[in-house]
Design a protein around this ligand. Structure first.
Ligand SMILES: [Zn+2]
Ligand SMILES: [Zn+2]
Length: 679
């Protein structure tokens, strides 16, 4: 009787693989293989895990080992390369491997019944092999694009390429033609090939998916992102896993897709914070993408108009190759003209200064579109009582309740608590409660009053709650049904608005004085990105370049000076010098231990204990401190920052430290984040 011991990874916080016994039940049944999914009993439940090893014997006593229920042998096993990627991610981010391999596979694959899987296998088998490339119409590349594509095409091994180009300079065209040439070359050589394209948020870049489908009608494109229905997600995952999909387009989770024939990885807007997963395995999809390219010995392209400081620094030292696109692709499109409106000199009782109002008026007269950017949703961030000083604090968080006027609610953006707007001050009974500051809803109201005939549209997380409503809203802007578009960072990404010639940034200053040292870098990227929405196709009717107006109280701030000159390189240089002298990333490597408890002293005491656990030569362990927003939903939160100038040294410290932390079995909930982005 054939039998094996299989070691199975399960989605548990326990850092271990579990032994199960497999016994051949009939002649036809194949021996289980590493990389296959398997149904096993776990406690009183049945769960699906992944086989990490197949052995003859176990170290456990025979009666401690339970039997495998079923092996999903109808699915080709995940490759050893893919498993190595998962082991690396688990190791680097200090999580059990089960928390990597299980959650990143589609839910339907993990279902207790085979039905969905068998159906997907049948459907996938019916897909025909893609035909040979047909000559599709592709735009002529300008010389810089051509050089970039040639450089990528010439790479036969691992290389990290920073494709640095202003918005509208045609980075996407470089991705597509490089992908096409690499796929074609493989096909000519009789090899299979796949390309992975990562984007920060797929819903904000629907044009890209459309472009790829239109360009490569003969190729299979599979999308992978969290908003797919489960059935579709499994089918698309299968298409990637079987090699049927030539191109996989996805968000950060797609970096862990099984792609046996991967030959090129593209990471668009590589600086975008959405590439960082903020729960569970807190990975950076960009960093894993680079590791994966190295593992497979293939090129990876990081595209951005405002690269992250990490990538820029690597390009400066020559670790990455910089490919530069210095001008816009459409020959008559110029960079927009950026100007600052000094808010110390300009009155703006409604939040909009006179020069901005005049510029909007001009666009309305000419039938052109304006875009106003305000990264704060709701009507006002807080309401207060003039008589007694009461202010709308959330009772569960160290945060304000935000006024949402159309919904007639106060909402906490941290714990989602909702209350009716009080008719009178809860403390003194004053009925005249005042909103303080302004969010998108309030500016929308102002615009409607100022320009009663204009068609104003607000796009933010509140206006786009319904599925598909964001798409609908963007479509109406493209159709020209909107005169003034107003929104949060949602409007900054991806879209080319043909008739847009004015961009206004309403209150960007808040980010300048944030405690988060990355806030400036993010603000610069956002403003560049939102400015790039203007005049992408052509200039305004009178032949003037499009215009970007920024309202600020600090017109002399270096960030704004760099923005005026479209000088990312200058901004990056200053920022990097500051980071170097302050001992911050990318010159320092960090990990952040966070603790949560009902009472703050408990969380702090846990961190204090954690600090004393291990000898730490070459490692800086800072004081435990409460987080900026200390309390969320009644839970107090504190953190401990661990740093080292050496990534290897930090990693060498973290491994045993995390083991010791686990061994404490503390009641305090804790998480560790390697390379944290929000501190
Ligand atoms: Zn009051
Ligand atoms: Zn709250």
């Amino acid at each position: 009787m054939e039998r094996r011991i299989v070691k199975v990874a399960l989605d548990t916080p326990l850092d271990t693989a579990f032994d199960y016994r497999w016994i051949k039940s009939d002649e036809a049944e194949p021996i289980p293989q590493v990389g296959q999914f398997v149904l096993v009993p776990f406690g009183r439940r049945e769960v699906v895990g992944l086989i990490l090893a197949v052995q003859q014997a176990s170290d456990l006593a025979e009666d401690k080992i339970r039997d495998v229920i079923a092996v999903r042998s109808q699915l080709a096993p995940l490759s050893s390369k893919w498993l190595a990627l998962c082991y690396f991610a688990a190791d680097y981010y200090q999580r059990p491997v089960g928390e990597v391999v299980i959650p990143c596979s589609p839910k339907n694959l993990r279902a207790l019944k085979n039905t969905a899987l068998d159906k997907a296998i049948k459907k996938t088998a019916k897909l025909k092999a893609p035909a040979l490339a047909t000559a599709s119409v592709r735009p002529q590349l300008h010389d810089e694009q051509e050089q970039a594509v040639l450089a990528l095409e010439a790479d036969t091994g691992f290389s990290v390429n920073l494709l640095f180009g202003v918005t509208g300079s045609g980075k996407t065209e470089v991705y597509l033609q490089a992908a096409e040439r690499i796929l074609d070359r493989a096909r000519m050589a009789g090899e299979a090939a796949q390309v992975l394209i990562l984007v920060p948020e797929i819903n904000l870049t629907p044009q890209l998916e459309g472009n790829i489908r239109a360009r490569f009608p003969h190729l299979q494109l599979a999308t992978l992102h969290s908003q797919l229905a489960e059935g579709e997600r499994l089918l698309n995952w299968m298409a990637a896993h079987t090699g049927n999909a030539d191109i996989v387009l996805g968000t950060r989770l797609a970096v862990l897709a099984s792609m046996p024939d991967l030959k090129l990885i593209v990471i668009d807007e590589e600086h975008d914070p959405s590439y960082k997963q903020q729960e569970g395995l807190r990975y950076s999809a960009r960093d894993l993408g680079i590791w994966r390219a190295h593992q497979l010995n293939i090129p990876v392209v990081l595209g951005s108009a405002t690269p992250s400081m990490e990538s820029w620094q690597h390009a400066a030292t020559g670790r990455y190759r910089k490919l530069e696109l210095t001008r816009r692709a459409a020959s008559n499109a110029q960079l927009p003209r950026v100007s600052l409106i000094d808010m110390e000199r300009n009155k703006a009782p409604d939040g909009l200064a006179e020069p901005l109002v005049a510029a909007i008026k001009l666009r309305l007269e000419k039938g052109e579109q304006s875009l106003l950017f305000l990264n704060r949703r709701g009507y006002a961030p807080v309401i207060h009582c003039d008589a007694c000083g009461w202010i709308s604090n959330c009772r569960r968080c160290t945060a304000f309740m935000v006024l949402h006027k159309p919904e007639r609610r106060l909402r906490c953006h941290h714990c989602s608590l909702e209350l009716r707007i009080p008719n009178a001050c809860p403390t003194c009974g004053n009925v005249d409660l005042q909103p303080l500051g302004r969010g998108t809803q309030r500016v929308e109201e102002t615009l409607q009053k100022m320009f009663p005939d204009a068609r104003v549209l607000r796009i933010d997380a509140d206006s786009t709650r319904k599925k598909g409503s964001a798409q609908e809203a963007f479509d109406s802007v493209h159709r020209g049904d909107v005169d003034i578009l107003l929104g949060t960072q949602m409007v900054a990404k991806g879209h080319d608005f043909q008739r847009l010639t004015l961009v206004g940034a309403i209150n960007p200053d808040t980010a300048l004085f944030s405690q988060d040292y990355r806030a400036g870098e993010r603000l610069f990227a956002q403003l560049m990105q939102v400015a790039g929405r203007a005049g992408r196709a052509a200039q305004s009717a009178e032949g003037n370049p499009s215009e970007v107006l920024i309202q600020t109280r600090y017109p002399a701030h270096p960030l704004y000076r760099a923005l005026l000159a479209h000088d990312y390189a200058g901004f990056a240089q200053t920022t990097l010098e500051e980071r170097r002298s302050a001992g911050l990333p990318p010159f320092m490597f960090q990990a952040l231990l966070r603790a949560e408890a009902r009472e703050l002293p408990l969380a702090l005491a846990f961190l204090e204990q954690a600090r004393g656990l291990l000898d730490h030569e070459g490692i800086i362990i800072n004081d435990p401190v409460p987080m900026t927003i200390t309390r969320v939903a009644g839970i107090e939160r504190a953190q401990l920052l661990v740093e080292s100038v050496s990534r290897m040294q930090l990693q060498a410290f973290l491994k045993p430290w995390v083991a010791d932390l686990r061994a404490l079995k503390s009641k305090v909930r804790w998480t560790l984040e390697v390379d944290p982005v929000d501190i």
